[in-house]
Design a binder for this molecule. Sequence first.
Ligand SMILES: *Cc1c(COP(=O)(O)O)cnc(C)c1O
Length: 361
Amino acid sequence: MTKIYNFCAGPAMLPAAVMQQAQAEFLDWQSMGRSVMEISHRSKEYIALAETAEQDLRDLLCVPDNYKVLFAQGGGRGQFSSVPMNLRERGDSADFLLTGSWSEGAITEASKFLKTNVVGKVVMQDGLCTVPSITAAQIDQNSAYFHYCSNETVDGIEINEIPDCGDVPLVADMSSNILSKPIDVSKFGIIYAGAQKNIGPSGLSVVIVRDDLLNFAMPETPTFLHYQTMANYGSMYNTPPTYSWYLAGLVFKWLKEQGGVASIAQKNAEKAVLLYECIDESGFYVNKVHPDFRSKMNVTFHLPNPDLDAIFITESEQAGLTALKGHRNVGGMRASIYNAMPIEGVVALTEFMRDFARRHK
Ligand SMILES: *Cc1c(COP(=O)(O)O)cnc(C)c1O
């Protein structure tokens, strides 16, 4: 079998070492003669697993003590509803930065619970997507929270500068770039991320929430989504997705073995540079994002003629480079190069792209 490099945007590839360990202990975890998914979440063995996973995540992101780490269900979109429900009693409106499809999804869902104001938007400048800086003066200081998406997975736009929203809690959807680089958690009120990009299998989401924000939920908030309740029960008010939590724990251990987020950030930067250089030097492929906002996780590009798209997809699949088709809303191509993508995969992709460009110029 040819070596396959999987560029899927999500659910994305997981580190090979993690998959091998999961396979090796699939039927018999910790010599219990059972799979980890067949034991009680209240058993001491599982509780130890859950606590270790949380601690490893805390270590990786240097999460301060005044934050809770929750392992929630419902993925990234689940939090599009959970966040407004849990902060509704702080104010009857929220402010948003609109940068692409995911931040738009968060706004649409939040508007079911409170008034939504878009205070900044992605703009096209000289044909390149550019994101405005956000300052406290633009934010309504009475709003329940300010929300942005730190990496727009579909569009390939990443925001590196943390918006300044004054005393209003900053909420970030980090589904597709969490753990890809160090972040200053203390700047945020809530960070959430669906797991299927840099953490583990889909369905699970991680929520990092500052203690003072645990008690602003609207009374109608379903109990299992209520942050304070989740925190009180160690994310086990109802049965958590135990196998996904276990796999996330293996990914956190793997990441620590890689040297943590500072070290993976360097590797991610190297991978992104290789790919963007290949695009820029080609005179063939085009990326439409301003260099300051180019995503290091999702690299989007277009071919000079959309008629070539199908050929590119067929040939890349044949070369073992899979899932490069761009999102249906934007077309073109997208290479998702999360933490688990080895540099060899990116090198193989750039070699293929150079060869393809030469043959189709
Ligand atoms: C993938 C993704 C989501 C949605 O996750 P689901 O688990 O499908 O709900 C939300 N936000 C961003 C930025 C994503 O990349």
